[in-house]
Design a protein around this ligand. Structure first.
Ligand code: G4P
Length: 542
């Protein structure tokens, strides 16, 4: 007799059911981040998005953070007060039967590495621009990361209640600077003090700035007499002319191009006045993709699979000062996460119990009974889980693409009390697991080298080592100013290079080889001398 196909077994049927649910549930998820240059209005917009999602009680927490991180000392206080900075890492809200997961990213540019990693866990991004400034340095950097990952981007031009630049200019700038097709989803009616609202190009309507959010008046098109009744003649003439121009001059919205990250729809509004935010959120719900297939080393994983998979993109230690726990943030890619599951950490083959997966709601954490693709849950553990780890129900696969960036500052820790060396080692290792710092062990046996992308990271590092581990420490410069990961199939070349550069080699936290250099010139010379080796400034973590 023929053997029964697997799906006829009870386990197979249960898995099919999970797969169906996972497909349905993931279709409702929109997991995104906001990218912005500091001060463009990310915090204000976040607050308003949460309000729209009915999460009013959260707004205070977001605002508190926005204000508090303005100065360095305040920021450090916040970092030490684990509650707030973590609390706002993931914000979940529901609207029109969709579940939005907004992953927060730190605003300060020294922490961009954390931001980059967070961007590996989202399916879309909202790019916020200040209407008076357009594209700024940090916008550009973050955009480049989105482009590397083909993350679809929705643009929100903020602060339209202030005098700013000509909207046409802004569109041109986005198109030219980012080499991205733009398609206006709306067009402002007036600007600054004269801002009346926007004309919705996608679903023809007037969206007027009202006392309580947008007043939406559906219209048949630009010739609808309602426009004449509601908009002063000079503004209306200008609107008709401009919308005529932009709809002719810019392409129509093209879903495929958007999903491939080559086209961005542009919305206009004022986060402060809560104007245009509803339209943005509706647009995000309509256009931003639900979780998609994700590449792992062995195959592509689709959300609607019966078995769970996910990866850790962030680890936060000592969130609760009373318990020395560490929370790993897991982005779910397929299947269903259930409370009480045991998952496999594919890097080591170890079993990880997930007894109380946490959802985060601003200041509160809440135990999740179940979670689906697109969701992010926190898993408390004692240092087992690292950034880049993949968790599955047993399948040996590894998701790709949580990056490490070559640090720009290399330091050595100096202890005031040598008796604390062991404690310092543990602190550095734990903070390296958390991704706060990169740790390198020189091959010549000299003390470890710490690497950071931004100098402010060193202050935070010293402060956390003191507060959380009781070790006063400072950091002194090394003679190196840069490093590269290197690899080659040519063993001889590696050996020659290793021999020649012995004093400048180290292993990173995961045992990968790096070379330190004292200048650009020396690095370039090494690259020229050893063409068989490839040198990388970015490394994917596994
Ligand atoms: P960020 O998180 O991107 O750094 O920006 P944040 O929201 O904190 O906003 C930066 C400043 O811009 C804040 O002003 C905020 O009130 C203001 N802002 C944000 N959105 C708008 C907008 O749509 N219109 C106008 N006119 N201003 C906006 P601040 O004075 O620096 O801080 P605060 O004292 O108001 O908090």
């Amino acid at each position: 007799m023929d053997q029964q196909p697997e799906t006829n077994t009870r386990a197979g049927l249960a898995q099919d059911a999970v797969a169906r649910d996972a497909a349905q549930q993931s279709a409702r998820r929109r997991t995104f981040a906001i990218i912005a240059h500091p001060d463009a209005g990310k915090t204000t917009l976040t607050e308003k998005l949460l309000l729209k999602g009915g999460a009013i009680q959260l707004a205070g927490a977001v605002r508190a953070k926005g204000n508090a991180r303005r100065t360095r000392s305040d920021w450090m206080k916040i970092e030490q007060d684990r509650g707030i900075s973590v609390a706002t890492s993931v914000m979940t809200f529901e609207r029109d039967n969709l579940i939005f997961n907004l992953l927060d990213t730190p605003g300060h540019e020294d922490f961009s590495e954390d931001t980059y990693r967070t961007l590996t866990a989202v399916d879309a991004a909202v790019m916020v621009l200040d209407g008076a400034k357009g594209i700024e340095a940090q916008t550009l950097k973050l955009f480049e990361v989105c482009r590397l990952r083909d993350i679809p981007i929705v643009t929100f031009i903020n602060k339209m209640d202030r005098e700013g630049r000509d909207p046409m200019d802004l569109l041109d700038e986005i198109e030219k600077t980012l080499a991205l097709d733009v398609t206006p989803a709306a067009w402002p009616i007036g600007q600054g003090r004269d801002l009346l609202g926007v004309y919705d190009i996608v679903n023809p309507a007037l969206r007027l700035l009202g006392e309580e959010g947008d007043e939406v008046i559906p219209v048949s098109g630009l010739d609808d007499p309602i426009l004449d009744a509601r908009i002063p003649a000079p503004l209306l003439a200008e609107l008709r002319e401009q919308v005529g121009l932009v709809t002719m001059g810019y392409p129509e919205f093209d879903m495929d191009a958007f999903l491939q990250g080559t086209m961005t729809p542009v919305f206009f509004g004022s986060a402060l006045r809560d104007f245009g935010v509803g339209q943005l959120l509706d647009g995000l719900g309509r256009m931003a993709p639900p979780p998609r297939a994700r590449a792992a080393d062995t195959r592509d994983v689709v959300p609607g699979e019966g078995r769970l998979s996910g990866f850790v993109f962030k680890v936060q230690a000592n969130m609760d000062p009373n318990h020395r726990d560490r929370v790993a943030f897991l982005r779910i890619c397929s299947g269903r996460l259930e409370k009480g599951m045991r998952l496999t950490q594919t890097r080591t083959g170890k079993q990880v119990p997930v007894n109380a997966p946490l959802f985060f709601f601003a200041k509160d954490r809440q135990v999740a009974e179940e979670a689906w693709p697109g969701d992010v849950v926190g898993i408390a553990n004692h240092g087992t889980l690292r950034i880049g780890d993949t968790l599955t129900e047993g399948e040996a696969l590894n998701f790709r693409g949580v990056p490490s960036f070559a640090p720009e500052h290399l330091r050595r820790a100096r202890l005031e009390d040598p008796m604390l060396a062991k404690k310092l080692k543990k602190a550095l290792e734990q903070l390296a697991d958390e991704g706060v710092v990169q740790l390198f062990r020189p091959l010549d046996g000299s003390p470890p080298v710490v690497g950071v992308v931004g100098l402010l990271q060193l202050d935070v590092l010293a402060s956390r080592i003191k507060v959380e581990y009781g070790v006063p420490v400072s950091f002194e410069a090394t003679h190196w100013d840069q490093l590269r990961w290197f690899a080659s199939d040519d063993k001889d070349a590696v050996e020659r290079f290793t021999r020649q550069h012995k004093a400048d080699l180290a292993e990173d936290h995961d045992g990968e080889m790096v070379a330190f250099f004292t200048s650009d010139w020396r690095r370039r010379r090494a690259e020229e001398e050893f063409p068989a080796l490839t040198f990388h400034a970015v490394r994917e973590q596994h």
